[in-house]
Design a protein around this ligand. Structure first.
Ligand code: GLU
Length: 423
């Protein structure tokens, strides 16, 4: 058993991803050859990285890059820095990227990378050294036409800047399109930093309208996690008028009876007190209490396996919006479905990040820089269309939103494999 930020990692994410694929294969009556191929990543790369710390000690880490499928375009997906990273987690996350890029119809496949490190335990120079060594190790298997990394849990634009520079040094020329999620000054896209959270808020707005038949202003929300995704989700939902009553991070949770009034004030205090749990106001709540709180919408925005067979019966929200990757296990899915709780799946909800990553890659290849308003409009169009596709398909086929999104995505990947003759 491995400890994770919010508790114990009790289920294997790769197993969960395989269960989802099996369900989609059954629904699609998929040709067994393609089903067989899709269960395995195309390539897996493991590297051991040794970093000399400033105190003279040497620390060793394991780095991974798993390339699941590239039938629809170059491999694409983030790099995670987290102590619980292991091969099966990265495998699962890479498969979910394949489905995500297919669902929102951008010309990429799926990949994921990671290092089993707590980035907060390292000094800035040590983190840079780790990142550059990892980039050296994977430089032959990444590239603008091969595989394009991006940020994920524990990584950020600064890490992407180091990766881009290290890769460019090895090539001998500047290659901005090798990673996305870069700082704007060196070829990052306007709007990329906040894109995932903006997307989550857009999907929540659409889901509230169509499924709850409610305007966002009449909706209460709990958000688990206050990293890049959780914090921007909270910001945009608050700006759009939703009542965000509960938030949490690794330091604990807070309940605000009247909802968050001013996000900027809250964020300033969060930085000053160094954690949501440490804020001097709001009612203290635990992670479990947040997940089981009485709200209209629950948004897990941390890591995998937060809603499991153990707590699914206690969830009180009417709608679960999966901002994290893999927060609900297949067993929990069943329980929620029986209880009439709708789940909007991760591959749709958090796709705003990779959508704007695609825009960043296009801008880099064309040597262009788009205005924020253009990026946001394009993001909105893509997401609203993907949401409608999933919603309509679920109505037509009487499928859950998860199954509807998965089957739509998997079918597109299989089609690309068939057209290009993968057997
Ligand atoms: N790590 C993000 C995700 O899970 C973004 C990936 C990307 O932009 O390539 O979707």
């Amino acid at each position: 058993m491995q400890k994770s930020i919010t508790g114990v990692k009790e289920e294997d994410p790769y197993n969960n991803a395989l269960t989802q694929l099996a369900l989609a294969a059954e629904e699609l009556q998929m040709d067994p050859v393609y089903y067989q191929m899709l269960q395995f990543p195309m390539k897996e790369f493991i590297t051991y990285i040794h970093v000399k710390l400033s105190n003279g000690e040497v620390k060793s880490f394991v780095g991974y890059r798993v390339q699941h499928n590239n039938a629809r375009g170059p491999f694409k997906g983030g790099i995670r820095y987290h102590p619980a990273v292991d091969l099966n987690e990265v495998r699962a996350l890479s498969m979910w990227m394949t489905w995500k890029t297919a669902l929102v119809d951008i010309p990429f496949g799926g990949a994921k990378g990671g290092i089993n490190v707590d980035p907060n335990s390292l000094k800035q120079e040590e983190l840079e050294d780790l990142t550059r060594k990892f980039t050296d190790a994977i430089h032959n298997i990444i590239g603008p036409e091969i595989d394009i990394p991006a940020p994920d849990v524990g990584t950020n634009p600064q890490v992407m800047a180091w990766m881009m520079h290290e890769y460019s040094k090895l090539k001998g020329y500047n290659v901005p399109a090798v990673v996305t999620g870069k700082p704007i000054e060196i070829g990052g896209s306007e709007g990329r930093l906040e894109a995932t959270g903006r997307g989550v808020a857009i999907v929540t707005r659409e889901a509230a309208k169509l499924i709850l038949k409610k305007d966002l202003k009449d909706v209460t929300v709990a958000v688990q996690g206050f990293g890049n995704v959780g914090s921007f989700t909270t910001k945009f939902l608050t700006d759009m008028g939703a009542k965000v009553v509960a938030i949490s991070d690794i330091t604990g949770g807070k309940y605000f009876k009247n909802g968050i009034q001013n996000f900027d004030d809250l964020y300033r205090d969060f930085q000053q007190y160094k954690g949501i749990g440490k804020l001097p106001y709001g009612d203290d709540i635990t992670n479990e209490e947040l997940l089981e709180s009485e709200v209209d919408v629950l948004i897990p925005a941390a890591i995998e396996n937060q809603i499991t067979e153990h707590n699914a019966a206690k969830i009180q929200a009417k709608l679960v919006i999966e901002a994290a990757n893999g927060p609900t296990t297949p067993m929990a899915d069943k329980i929620l479905e029986q209880r009439g709780i709708k789940v909007i799946p991760d591959i749709l909800v958090n796709s705003g990040g990779v959508i704007v990553s695609y825009f960043e890659w296009v801008q880099n290849l064309e040597r262009e820089h788009w205005e924020l308003s253009e990026v946001n409009q394009k993001l909105e169009n893509k997401l609203v269309k993907a949401f409608k596709d999933v919603y309509d398909y679920s109505q037509k086929k009487s499928l859950s939103y998860r199954m509807s999104a998965l089957t739509l995505a998997v079918e597109r990947v299989v089609n690309a494999m068939k057209l290009t003759g993968w057997r």
